[in-house]
Design a protein around this ligand. Structure first.
Ligand SMILES: C[S@@+](CC[C@H](N)C(=O)[O-])C[C@H]1O[C@@H](n2cnc3c(N)ncnc32)[C@H](O)[C@@H]1O
Length: 251
């Protein structure tokens, strides 16, 4: 999993049940880039460019909503493709960092907000809704609320571009690592002291389809072995990966 792989995260964690809360993330804000693997900048197989292009083909003055924007890497990279950008994160310090990093992007607005309130606040205004390694909450109820809000902010026939951690990749990492990470049957994996939801490709597609989207592409987005604290193994050429899905909201 590219998201929560940190050297020091463990000591910051105070968990509420199975969920990493906004206070936990806030403590992480200052060193976000060095402790959180941000998939947009770390990807090694150039999938984002292709899927962003596909999503925006023939859309006029497109609007982006980035839910769980972190320090704003997606916004920074793809700012020029959008007429208007709304980016939110429930960790105030992180969203403040994003705002500072992206201060020159005049058409972006930043919100400290839980994504489960976003649909009510924004309504269905996104041509593209992005949420990268955010729907990883340990609680199924919270994940359900997150999917519903991704649907709720996306225009009918608009697109969602979502990344989640891959359980299949975790199998490979477990085989190669010194000690497998703890996991439950429901796909929760304990990474750096926190339980995070990992998805199989089928489960991810079913979550998208079950929440009002038609899957257009579901691909591996690879990232370097070093993110997993491993050297490139001789036995395999495959790098670890997250799942990346482009899906269209049904009208
Ligand atoms: C692993 S980071 C990914 C950040 C960014 N999407 C990226 O790819 O670099 C997860 C982010 O989601 C935010 N987050 C987690 N749960 C959230 C929620 N319920 N509402 C809003 N933001 C949330 C965290 O504060 C954190 O910034």
């Amino acid at each position: 999993m590219c998201a929560l792989r940190s050297l020091n995260f463990q000591k910051f964690l105070k968990r509420t049940g199975n969920n990493v809360n906004h206070n936990d993330w806030n403590k992480h804000a200052a060193k976000f880039e060095s402790t959180v693997c941000d998939i947009v900048t770390k990807e090694t197989n150039n999938q984002f460019n292709k899927l962003v292009r596909a999503a925006l083909k023939s859309r006029k003055d497109p609007v982006l909503v980035d839910m769980g924007c972190g320090v704003g890497s997606f916004v920074k990279k793809y700012q020029n493709k959008f007429s208007k950008i709304f980016a939110l994160d429930f960790a105030t310090r992180i969203v403040l960092r994003a705002k500072r990093r992206c201060a020159k992007i005049a058409h972006a607005e930043w919100f400290a907000m839980d994504m489960t309130r976003a649909a009510k606040f924004f309504g269905p205004r996104a041509d593209l809704t992005v949420s990268l390694n955010v729907v990883t909450m340990g609680s199924a109820k919270k994940r359900e609320a997150a999917w519903k809000n991704i649907h709720g902010v996306t225009k009918p026939k608009g697109y969602a571009l979502i990344v989640v951690p891959s359980i299949e990749s975790q199998d490979v990492v477990d085989e190669l690592g010194k000690e497998p990470d703890e996991r439950t049957e429901g796909g929760l994996v304990k990474r750096d002291g926190a339980w995070q939801k990992f998805f199989s490709a089928e489960e991810f597609a079913a979550a998208m389809e079950g929440n009002g989207f038609k899957v257009k592409k579901l691909v591996k987005v690879h990232y370097p072995w070093s993110v997993e604290g491993l050297r490139k193994p001789r036995s395999t050429t495959r790098e670890p990966w997250d799942w990346l899905c482009l899906a269209q909201r049904v009208a």
